[in-house]
Design a protein around this ligand. Structure first.
Ligand code: SF4
Ligand code: SF4
Length: 555
């Protein structure tokens, strides 16, 4: 009855839509009306709805308190809710314990009006005058960069400390400024001129966004789906346009080309990377205790060139393998594992030698023009396959998220849409192919205990269900997913001198202690290259990719 009456009233006063959500067990109902608090008419609608809600709550014998208490927004209604006798009693208690009204001022006793101007996040005076007018990323679906920032409604779910992945930098620092909300508030302050006319490219804003690991947990765990990694990428791009690009960011953004050249000299470079001389990398801002991965003697595509692949058969399923830079130059055995699996399950794997780096490192470092250039090349190659409905699969979550999500913002259009629709984790593809029952797979029957760590961006964009299903389909395997959020490495983040200690603290929040607890016979497994590096660095345990385990188990 309450819901119907409030809905009817909302329609009467011209509110376009109203969303309801509830904690059903406690009978606690939230209503979220679609009103524009940036104009006077919207503010008026909000007040009318609040007053109507109070009237109905009193009529039905309920209370205005949600699970958050009265707070400030509902404070002015407590008088009507409790009546003068109880309010006087509250006041007496307050005066006994807090005669100077120091604790929680304005709550319960002497609350302000709910629509008092200075309490409003947005109000008729709100104007994002310094919002970026030209962005490299496409923010059209959000109606602009400013609207993407304003998605944050301030509820503070990003401050959770137990359970959930969001927000790792807050969980480690316990500092509001390093939560998703803190970052959104600072971006809003910059857009509204509170940081001065150059606030959008200011050092203060840089420092607030600097510890964001771009894990994308906020994109799924925040009730408003604030996507801070995307906002940070655009901010960094604009910041470097104003202040110049540091060498280290250039280095990571160009890791594809650098790795291509360096792998040729792997016989020279690998001994150096494994010696105290590697500490010289600290001159470009890489922490001296971090070790860059060694280069493979032979790249993945060179290995592929030496294999015999039978002519593709028309009736066989096909998939394009979008191998990543690290797999190509550092970890080709992961690609070899996928090739073996596909041969066993009868899938023709298409391997494109002309593909370039996905642009993930450039995107994360805010070198968006570089990421866009790479995206254009890859989209031209991949779109014809995607348009024919051929799946595009990959083993590195952050790279597949480029195809799924970031290319749509970098190079919006039908090619990016088609590729996004076809992009999936290799495990998702393999599970669906195996389920067709076309082939009878034979396994080695060796018992395996597997402890799996899911990559944040995989969790946020694809989920880890198929990876777990694939591993669990190996006979005699027991698989446990580690209940932990971000590993703290986040691509280049954990390599960077100034981020090194925070990176370790984040690993210690859950991942590293759980890995250390594991029996030495337990196989530690992670899909992300960064996650495997962090596990090795913090626990001295080697982690392997799920495809390696599945391939090894196939007889
Ligand atoms: S959880 Fe999302 S909406 Fe809520 S305060 Fe944090 S960023 Fe803002
Ligand atoms: S991307 Fe991750 S680190 Fe950054 S604000 Fe969101 S949850 Fe926090």
């Amino acid at each position: 009855s309450y819901a119907l009456e409030i809905k009817r009233f909302a329609e009467e006063i011209g509110v376009g839509a109203i969303a309801f959500y509830a904690h059903a067990s406690a009978g606690c109902l939230h209503i979220r009306p679609q009103v524009n608090l940036k104009d006077q008419a919207g503010l008026k609608q909000m007040r009318l709805l609040a007053e109507k809600s109070l009237e109905l709550v009193l009529k039905f014998g309920g209370t205005t308190s949600g699970e958050h208490g009265e707070g400030i927004a509902r404070g002015e209604f407590t008088k009507k809710l409790y009546g003068p006798e109880l309010i006087n009693a509250f006041q007496e208690v307050k005066e006994v314990f807090d005669p100077e009204y120091l604790l929680n001022p304005g709550k319960i006793i002497n609350p302000p009006a709910m629509d008092q101007k200075d309490l409003l996040r947005y109000g008729p005076d709100y104007q994002a005058v310094y919002k970026p007018t030209q962005t490299l990323l496409n923010f059209e679906t959000d109606l602009g960069f400013d609207r993407a920032v304003e998605m944050c409604n301030g509820a503070g779910v990003c401050r959770q400390l137990d359970g959930g992945v969001m927000c790792p930098s807050f969980q480690a620092t316990r500092d509001e400024g390093h939560s998703t909300r803190g970052r959104a508030n600072m971006l809003r302050a910059a857009m509204t001129g509170k940081l001065g006319p150059n606030g959008m490219t200011s050092k203060e804003l840089y420092q607030t966004l600097d510890l964001c690991l771009s894990c994308q947990a906020c994109m799924t765990e925040c009730p408003s789906a604030v996507d801070m990694s995307r906002l940070k990428a655009e901010f960094l791009y604009q910041y470097y346009q104003a202040h110049g690009l540091p060498f280290r960011s250039w280095f990571f953004a160009n890791i594809g080309e650098i790795s291509k050249l360096a792998q040729v000299f792997s016989f020279l470079l690998n001994p150096i990377l494994n010696s105290p001389l590697a500490r010289l990398l600290s001159m470009i801002g890489i922490h001296p205790d971090r070790q860059m991965p060694a280069f493979a003697k032979q790249t993945f595509t060179t290995w592929v060139g030496k294999q015999y692949f039978p002519e593709p058969e028309a009736e066989k399923p096909r998939a394009v393998f979008f191998y990543d830079t690290y797999l190509e130059y550092n970890y080709p055995h992961i690609g070899q594992a996928l090739v073996k699996i596909c041969q066993k399950i009868g899938v023709d794997l298409i391997i494109l030698n002309e593909k370039v780096d996905s642009g993930r490192p450039a995107f994360s470092k805010g070198v968006l023009n570089k990421a866009q250039k790479l995206a254009r090349i890859n989209l031209k190659l991949l779109a014809p396959y995607a348009e024919k409905g051929i799946p595009i699969i990959g083993s590195e979550p952050s790279v597949m998220v480029m195809l799924k999500k970031e290319y749509r913002d970098l190079v919006p259009g039908p090619e990016a849409e088609a590729v996004s629709n076809s992009a999936m984790m290799a495990e998702d593809f393999l599970v669906s192919e195996i389920k067709t029952g076309r082939v009878n797979l034979i396994f080695d029957q060796i018992p395996r205990s597997i402890l799996f760590h899911g990559h944040c961006q995989q969790k946020a964009n694809f989920g880890t269900g198929s990876t777990l299903e694939l591993l669990r389909s190996i006979p005699n395997s027991s698989v446990e997913q580690i209940e932990a959020g971000c590993c703290g490495m986040a691509g280049a983040f954990g390599y960077e001198k100034e981020h090194y200690s925070l990176s370790l603290e984040i690993a210690e929040l859950g991942l590293a202690p759980r890995v250390r607890e594991a029996d030495l016979n337990t196989i530690i497994c992670a899909s992300g290259t960064s996650c495997r590096e962090q596990i090795a660095h913090t626990t001295e345990r080697d982690a392997v990719h799920p495809l390696e385990i599945f391939s090894a188990a196939l007889a």
